[in-house]
Write a protein that binds this ligand. Structure first.
Ligand code: DX5
Ligand code: ZN
Length: 221
């Protein structure tokens, strides 16, 4: 997959004006809406659930919604988010008892399925399910909060994940989440990522279009 996708994390958006924020960031050139779901159990923070996803669809948001589940257990949230309009659903393998079944459950809903790897979680969870994932998401921070620093060891892990994807011959997206900025996105892409989540880098600036254009310029260089 040669093209790059920019997926702003709405965790850093103004939740009091969420519909407008999502519209604005899509108009600014974003490809995908990254939707962080935290349960105060798998991660130490509490965010938004399927009702908010459905509210964005009802508000008129047509772009793909990439639901990143940081919840345990995951099974029920898969059904709820699929019914609420999710396009992609990813979950952490440590949070699921039946990883293969959950991936299948996501695809049965017609959504794209993915596994998310915490910084210290090994990629071997992929060994027997490569044919069941559409997305591999590597966390480059420990999940729970926006605005953290990119962990450099993730670059080697990206190269390893890229090699696995290329060896599989499958059209799997390699997504990166955490600490992605204009000044490191080129290096991250060179390590193999093709889908970039960015929360604070976009929403903490007044001009979302400028940040996204700067990121694309870095990716083209
Ligand atoms: C962290 C979330 C990320 C987060 C990224 O747990 O999964 O999506 O919002 O935020 P930044 O881009 O600020 O690191
Ligand atoms: Zn995320």
């Amino acid at each position: 997959v040669a093209d790059y996708l920019i997926a702003p994390s709405i965790l850093s958006a103004d939740f009091a004006r969420l519909g407008e924020e999502v519209e604005k960031v899509l108009a600014a050139g974003a490809d995908v809406v990254h939707f962080d779901v935290m349960d105060n159990h798998f991660v130490p923070n509490l965010t938004i659930g399927p009702m908010v996803c459905k509210a964005l669809r009802d508000y008129g948001i047509k772009a793909p919604i990439d639901v990143h589940l940081m919840v345990n257990p995951v099974e029920r949230m898969i059904d709820e988010f699929a019914n609420a309009g999710a396009s992609i659903i990813t979950f952490h393998p440590e949070a699921a008892t039946h990883i293969d079944r959950c991936l299948q459950q996501i695809r049965d809903h017609g959504c794209q399925a993915g596994l998310v790897f915490n910084p210290a979680t090994p990629l071997h969870y992929l060994d027997y399910v490569m044919d069941k994932v559409d997305v591999i998401l590597l966390m480059s921070v420990n999940p729970g909060f926006g605005g953290q620093q990119f962990i450099p060891a993730t670059l080697d892990k990206l190269r390893e994940a890229r090699a696995r994807i290329d060896a599989s011959g499958l059209p799997i997206r390699l997504e990166i989440d955490g600490g992605v900025k204009t000044d490191n996105i080129a290096e991250i892409a060179a390590a193999g990522a093709d889908m970039f989540v960015a929360g604070s880098a976009i929403f903490n600036q007044p001009d979302y279009a400028k940040v996204i254009a700067d990121m694309r310029a870095q990716l083209a260089s």
